[in-house]
Design a protein around this ligand. Structure first.
Ligand code: NAP
Length: 284
C-alpha cells in the first residue's frame, strides 16, 4: 500500500560525510514533487563510526537512502541483498527498504553513461586514463570495461588501484595500473574521479594540464565548481568537456525510480534537469 496516499510522509535520506554541499536533496525532493509523492529526502551527516547504528535507524524509519563518500563500500556489509551490478562494482550508492529488507544498488554507472549519451558520444573501444580508484571509480571502470575500453588507472595509493584492477579483471576491455607522467598522445579520454578540483582543492588539477595533447574528451566527475581547472583547460583547447552534473542528475533519477516506480514524461525529466542545473548554478 502506498502510505503517501494516506497522508503519511515517506522518508528518504542521503548518508555521507560531508553532505552539506550536496544538491541531491534538491534533486530528489523535486523528483518526488513531480511524481506527486508525499515523500521527503534529507541529508544526514554520518561519521564512519556511526554507520552501523544509522543503518539500523534507517531500516526502521526510512523507505530508502543514498550513500556517498566515504560509505559506498562500507555500507554493503549492513545490507540484506546486493544487486548483481552493485556487487560487480563493489560499491552501493542506493538502498531500497523492502519492508525491513535492505537491498543495495549502484546507479552511478547509469548516470556516468547518460552524460556521454547527452553529448552524442560513444565511449566504446577508447583508450582511457582513469584518475582515482575510490567508490565512484568502481562504477566508472565497470562501464568503461563493459564498453571494451583500454583503461589505465592512476591513483595516489597504488595498492587501491591494483585492488580495483583485480576486482574487475573478469570484464571485457583491459585495465592496467599506470604511473603519472609520460602520457602525451596515449589517451583519447581522461576521466577524473578524484576530488582534486573541488574544495578544498579547487585550485588544483589532477594531472599536468600541458599533457592534454591528443585527448578528445575530458570528463570530470566534479560538478561544484561547475567548471574545474581541468575542464577549463580542456575547453581552452576545444576538447569535449563534461562535468559531473549530468551524472549526478541521472544517477538520482534512477535511484528515485528504484524507490518509486512512476512514469515521468520526457518533458518532466527535461524540466527537472533544468531546475536542478539552475539550483546548482545559483550556488556557484
Ligand atoms: P572516494 O571513494 O573517497 O575516492 C577518492 C579517490 O580520489 C581515491 O582514489 C583517492 O585516492 C583519491 N584522492 C582523494 N584525495 C586525493 C588527493 N588529495 N590527492 C590525490 N588523490 C586523492 O570518493 P568518490 O566517492 O569516488 O568521489 C570522488 C569524486 O567524485 C568526488 O569529487 C565526488 O564529488 C565525485 N563524484 C561525483 C559523482 C557525480 O554524480 N557527479 C558521483 C560520485 C562521486 P586514495 O585511494 O589514495 O585515497
Amino acid at each position: 500500500m502506498d502510505s503517501s496516499a494516506h497522508g503519511v510522509t515517506k522518508q528518504y535520506a542521503l548518508i555521507g560525510d560531508p553532505v552539506s554541499h550536496s544538491i541531491s536533496p534538491f534533486i530528489q525532493n523535486s523528483i518526488f514533487e513531480a511524481k506527486r509523492s508525499n515523500s521527503r529526502y534529507i541529508p544526514l551527516q554520518v561519521k564512519p563510526q556511526d554507520l552501523a547504528e544509522t543503518v539500523t535507524v534507517l531500516r526502521e524509519r526510512f523507505e530508502g537512502f543514498n550513500v556517498t563518500i566515504p560509505h559506498k563500500q562500507a555500507v554493503m556489509k549492513y545490507l540484506d541483498e546486493i544487486h548483481p551490478y552493485a556487487h560487480l562494482c563493489g560499491a552501493v550508492n542506493t538502498v531500497r527498504n523492502d519492508k525491513g529488507r535492505l537491498v543495495g544498488f549502484n546507479t552511478d554507472g547509469y548516470g556516468f553513461m547518460q552524460a556521454f549519451a547527452q553529448v552524442g558520444l560513444k565511449i566504446s573501444h577508447r583508450d582511457v586514463l582513469l584518475l582515482g580508484a575510490g567508490g565512484s571509480a568502481r562504477a566508472v571502470l565497470c562501464e568503461l570495461l563493459r564498453c571494451q575500453c583500454r583503461v589505465t588507472i592512476i591513483n595516489r595509493s597504488l595498492a587501491k588501484a591494483r585492488q580495483l584492477q583485480q576486482d574487475l579483471a573478469g570484464l571485457p576491455g583491459t585495465a592496467v595500473v599506470g604511473e603519472p607522467g609520460g602520457m602525451q598522445g596515449l589517451y583519447d579520454c581522461i576521466i577524473n574521479t578524484t576530488p582534486l578540483g573541488m574544495a578544498p582543492y579547487a585550485d588544483r588539477a589532477p594531472i599536468d594540464l600541458d599533457c592534454l595533447h591528443g585527448v578528445q574528451i575530458v570528463y570530470d566527475l566534479i560538478y561544484n565548481p561547475y567548471e574545474t581547472k581541468l575542464l577549463q583547460a580542456a575547453k581552452a583547447q576545444k576538447l569535449t568537456a563534461i562535468n559531473g552534473f549530468p551524472m549526478l542528475f541521472y544517477q538520482a533519477l534512477e535511484a528515485n525510480r528504484l524507490w518509486l516506480e512512476f512514469p515521468l514524461t520526457q518533458s518532466d525529466v527535461k524540466n527537472l534537469y533544468q531546475q536542478a542545473l539552475l539550483h546548482l548554478k545559483k550556488l556557484q
